[in-house]
Every structure is written in C-alpha cells, then in structure tokens.
Design a binder for this molecule. Sequence first.
Ligand code: IMP
Length: 428
Amino acid sequence: MPATVVIGAQWGDEGKGRVADWLAAQSDVVARYAGGDNAGHTVYVGEQVFKLHLIPSGILRDQAVCLLGNGTVINPVNMVKEMEGLRAAGVDVSPGRLLISTRAHIIAPAHIALDAAGEKARGADKIGTTLRGIGPAYTDKTNRSGLRAGQMADPEAFADALYKHTGAANERLVRDGNDPLDPQKSAEEYIDAAYKLKPYLADTSAYLNARLREGAVILCEGAQGTMLDIDHGDYPFVTSSSPTVGGALTGLGIGARWVDRVVGVAKAFSTRVGSGPFPTEVEGELAARLRGTGENFWDEFGTTTGRPRRCGWLDMLILKYARDVNGFTELVLTKLDVLSGLPEITIGVGYEIDGTILDGIPVTTADQMRVKPVYETLPGWDEPLGSARTWNDLPKAACAYIDRIAELLEIPVNTVSVGPERDQLVQR
Ligand code: IMP
C-alpha cells in the first residue's frame, strides 16, 4: 500500500486529524499537501489534546517522518510556535523528523493584512476567511511574486525580500484605505523564525519519491475539504488551494501511480464555517443540539477561529460529488455519537430547484444557494455510542444509517468514530 490520501468530503472540520492520526500509525511518512495554518486538526492522545494547524497529525506517531509539501503555505512565526508547543509536550520535532519543502510558499505579514483588508472591502459579501493570509499568499504564488520557503536558507536575504514585499504591499494597503505595515518590524519578526526553520528545508518531492521506491508507506494528509476546493468547491466561498486528490499529487510532487487508497472523511451530519451555500443547514434548537455548548473541544466551534459552526443534516449530493471528484475508495464517518438521542435522523438525498428534482449539485454557486433539499428520514437511536468498540456494539438503527449512506454512495463505509479518543474508532 504505497500512498493513501485522506480528504475531507464536506467543508472541512470532518475529523481528518483523528483519521490521519489513526492511519499514521501504519505509515512511514505523513505529508501535508495543501493549505496552511487555516486548518485546525485536533487529536486526543490520552489526557493530552493537540490542536495542530500546520504540522501533520502524524507528528504524534513516533515512527513517522512528517513533512510540509510544496503545495502548502507556511507562516514561519506560527510554525515555530506550533513546534515549540509540541516540543514542550514531549514530541520530537527535530530536523529529519520534520521536513519543509523549499518550494512551499511563505505567508508574509502583508498577506495577513491584505486578507483582512480584502474581507473588509467585501463587506456583507465577505467569504469569512480565517484571516491567516491564505488567499493573498496563494495569489502571490500564482502571480509569480511570492516568497518561497527555500529563501529561508539565507535568512538575511530572506529578511531583505520580506522588507521589499511589505513595502510593495503597503502601496496597495494604503491605496485601499488601510494602515501600512512597518517593513522593518515584519522582517525582524520573520528572520528569527527563518534561522530556526533553515535546518528543516528539503527537496520533499525527491525525498518522497526515494522513500516510495524503497517501499515506504506514505500518508498524504489533506486539510480543509472538497467543497472548499478552489476549483471544485462553492466558488468564491472557498479556500485558495486544492484540498482534493489532484492537490495531493501537485502539492507533494508524486505520481498518480503510487496512490492506491483515497479515504474520504465525512461527519455524520454537516457543518460549515464562513459564508456560502449550505442546503441542508438547520437552525434553532436542532442546530444548537448538533453544535454542542462549546464546553468540549470537539463541539462545533472553529479550532482556528473559535467561530460557532453552521450545522445541518448530512447531504448525500455533496458526498457523491466529493466521491467522484476524489475517487474515494472508502468513507470514514466521524462523530456518529453526536446523533444519539435524536428521535429521527434526516439525510439529504436530492435537491429541488424551480420545481425540478436534481440528483447532482448544480454547476453554479448561485443555484446551489437556491436549492431546497429533498430529505429521507430514518429512525434514530437513544443509546450513547462512546463505549462502542466493535460493530456489534452499535445499535441497529445506527448500523442502518451507516448502511444507507454506503448504499447511496456505492463505496464501503467500514470505519466510524464515536468519540474523540484514539480508541473510539469502530471498524466493521
Ligand atoms: P481561508 O482558507 O482562510 O482563505 O478561508 C476560506 C474559507 O475556507 C472560509 O469559509 C473558511 O472558514 C474556510 N476554511 C479554511 N480552512 C478551514 C478549515 O480548516 N476548516 C473549515 N473551514 C475552513
């Protein structure tokens, strides 16, 4: 089994971190291929809770080498902070254990300021970004005006480049009525991080290909989700990278021939943070019930931003779309335990628009905003699921729900999570 890709099937926050942590136990290398510290992967290990934003969840499995591929965008200051937090918790984040692609792009201070300025300018039409500078960093990448991680190999020259980058961005910021940044301060902040990250720089594509040739097992860890993909998501309410399967190949520099398992991860219901269409969204008491109170870290509040997540029923048209775009070979269903106690479980199985029933998602986001879901209802179950460890421990109604999803998707659903802890993963 050379390479497995883990991909979110909805709008992010599906529980990819815990699934990646599970698969990482059998992997030699865990590689993040897209996005930056806009992600928030929570992994629960015994008494410890790790909230990872940039570093792959595989870092919590001792045997795995972890890397950030060329498709990622890196805020060096936040990366160093995340490494320090891990180190303080006893996790090995030494060079060699963790690699950074020289081709990854840098999130500069100006990118963060431009992200905020862009959202302010959009007003009511804002995307609801995480304000981590993701969009502006990828914009600079495609505009061929970005800064690459490899430039940190010469921290002094990197600081000069940052100084110039901030100066150029200031012209835009001021023109649009925002405060300029202090180029000197920006450069100073980053130079220290550059010295610290320099030993981690590597040609990660060459590394991965060499490891694949010698038979290593690689886990490609996605961030965000299919519906946030720059090409395949609800544009413009998307992130600026490719969380889908193509992004794994481009974002790591490996060939398609190595990938033989594509694991989709979906929550047993749906959530979304930020703006954009969400046909099966619910409100009021039910939304509050699905979201949780916020007392538990696994309640539906953003790991990166703390924002309450929008909640709704499972949407099979979204999952079918994600299956097709990514070629899922299986689906892992997370947070099944949250549905215990609901008298009925509802699944979105189609859409209606202008009196027509659709069995796939419309091509325009404007139409996706207008569709009304067509629902199917299944019996709920009362039993809490947290202590289930085998398939036989699951109530019949919960099994029927899982089986219906697998039937509609026509791919296996053989793994479900029933709580945040490592052992709360049940396999058929
Ligand atoms: P950006 O990635 O910060 O530019 O945000 C673009 C959109 O993607 C916004 O709706 C964010 O809320 C959403 N987003 C970005 N990263 C994540 C994530 O890790 N989980 C869920 N939503 C995300």
